[in-house]
Design a protein around this ligand. Structure first.
Ligand SMILES: Nc1ncnc2c1ncn2[C@@H]1O[C@H](COP(=O)(O)OP(=O)(O)OP(=O)(O)O)[C@@H](O)[C@H]1O
Ligand SMILES: [Mg+2]
Length: 327
């Protein structure tokens, strides 16, 4: 077990402020504070080499959890152990075996080529020359950024900069990676490249990775296991496909029609999600999907029919809107 989290809680004290300008003024003088339970009694374990998607809506507690795991934050209660270390003790050997990458934060020097930051990290982590060369060579090749490491960072695109951030964060070859929205703001092509990189890195190094992302495509392609968090509590921990099978209440019948059928006729089968002749998508109750499909085949001019699972996005949205019911 590489990561062990047991009953972890983290609260923030925030200033209570009445709305409006006078409220702001009053809050300057009052000691009114409010407690926000950012992470509320969560437990999970992650094995070596696992790549787990950590997902949840804004403010769910993902970044707070990752900060506790990487030693940036001191938890209020509970136990955290990563690679046998207690993260917030911030022992040097621990920090040299992990990395925290935040898509919204950067560590690169704006006016200097990224290479300079890499060299600085080489000194900080005490990386030997040969190891540095090898790590850098591998990362540069995987990310296809031969020339860019010598260009001042401010001249790079957002995606190129993110690649440099990754190299800076991984140059010391950490075994455990905390990736907090590494693809945020990137275009779809660059997102895919990042995904491919994370997958390749995980495969090559058997590294343990906990990844957050608001893009379900990242999760779908990278993580077979997901942990879903909402309001600081874990709502689900398990296989992604299991989540769909178990919690999606519907299936989708995707039909290609031979001849035109008025939409209201199709409504007899189920809810019409979309209809652009000859294609129609009909939402039906999960446990009645076979009956609905048979009915469709019997009574309609069907050319082609597929029974499909709903999008993971939809299932997860269901999970959140049905909160706080625990799954
Ligand atoms: N430094 C802070 N001071 C006070 N409250 C904070 C602080 N950081 C986070 N919070 C609050 O704690 C809760 C959890 O925040 P956190 O950043 O962990 O969420 P998140 O899941 O990472 O969200 P997002 O998807 O938007 O990044 C939120 O209610 C947030 O407002
Ligand atoms: Mg966050």
């Amino acid at each position: 077990m590489v990561i062990q989290v047991s009953h972890l809680s983290k609260q923030y004290q925030v200033h209570k402020k009445d709305p409006g300008f006078m409220g702001s003024v009053r809050s300057l003088f009052s000691k009114n504070t409010e407690t926000v339970a950012a992470v509320d009694d969560i437990s999970f374990t992650i094995n070596e080499g696992e790549l787990v998607g950590f997902i949840g809506p804004n403010g769910a507690g993902k970044t707070t959890t990752l900060k506790c795991l990487s030693g940036l934050l001191f938890p209020d209660s509970g136990k955290v152990s990563v690679l046998g270390y207690t993260p917030f003790e911030r022992k040097e050997p621990y920090l040299s075996r992990i990395a925290l990458v935040m898509g919204q934060k950067n560590q690169l020097w704006w006016d200097l080529p990224a290479q300079e930051t890499f060299l600085l990290n080489k000194e900080i982590y005490g990386i030997r020359d040969d190891a540095y060369k090898q790590n850098l060579g591998e990362l540069v090749e995987l990310l296809e950024v031969e020339e860019m490491i010598r260009v001042p960072v401010r001249k790079l695109s957002l995606g190129e900069r993110m690649k440099m951030e990754l190299i800076a964060a991984l140059i010391h070859a950490p075994e455990v990676l905390f990736l907090d929205e590494p693809t945020i703001g990137l275009d779809v092509v660059m997102q895919k490249k990042m995904r491919d990189f994370v997958a390749a890195y995980n495969r090559l190094h058997h590294s343990t990775i906990l990844l957050t992302s608001h893009y379900m495509e990242d999760v779908r392609q990278l993580a077979s296991r997901v942990i879903i968090i909402d309001h600081g509590k874990i709502m689900y921990d398990g296989k992604l496909d299991h989540l769909v099978k178990r919690y999606a209440k519907h299936k989708l019948l995707s039909v290609v029609l031979d001849t035109y059928v008025p939409p209201d006729k199709l409504l007899a089968i189920g809810e019409l999600v979309s209809y652009e002749f000859p294609k129609a998508v009909i939402k039906v109750e999960r446990n009645a999907s076979n009956v609905a499909a048979a009915e469709l085949l019997q009574n309609f001019p069907v050319d082609d029919l597929n029974i499909e699972e709903p999008d993971i996005e939809d299932v997860i949205r269901d999970v959140f809107t049905n909160a706080p019911k625990k799954l």
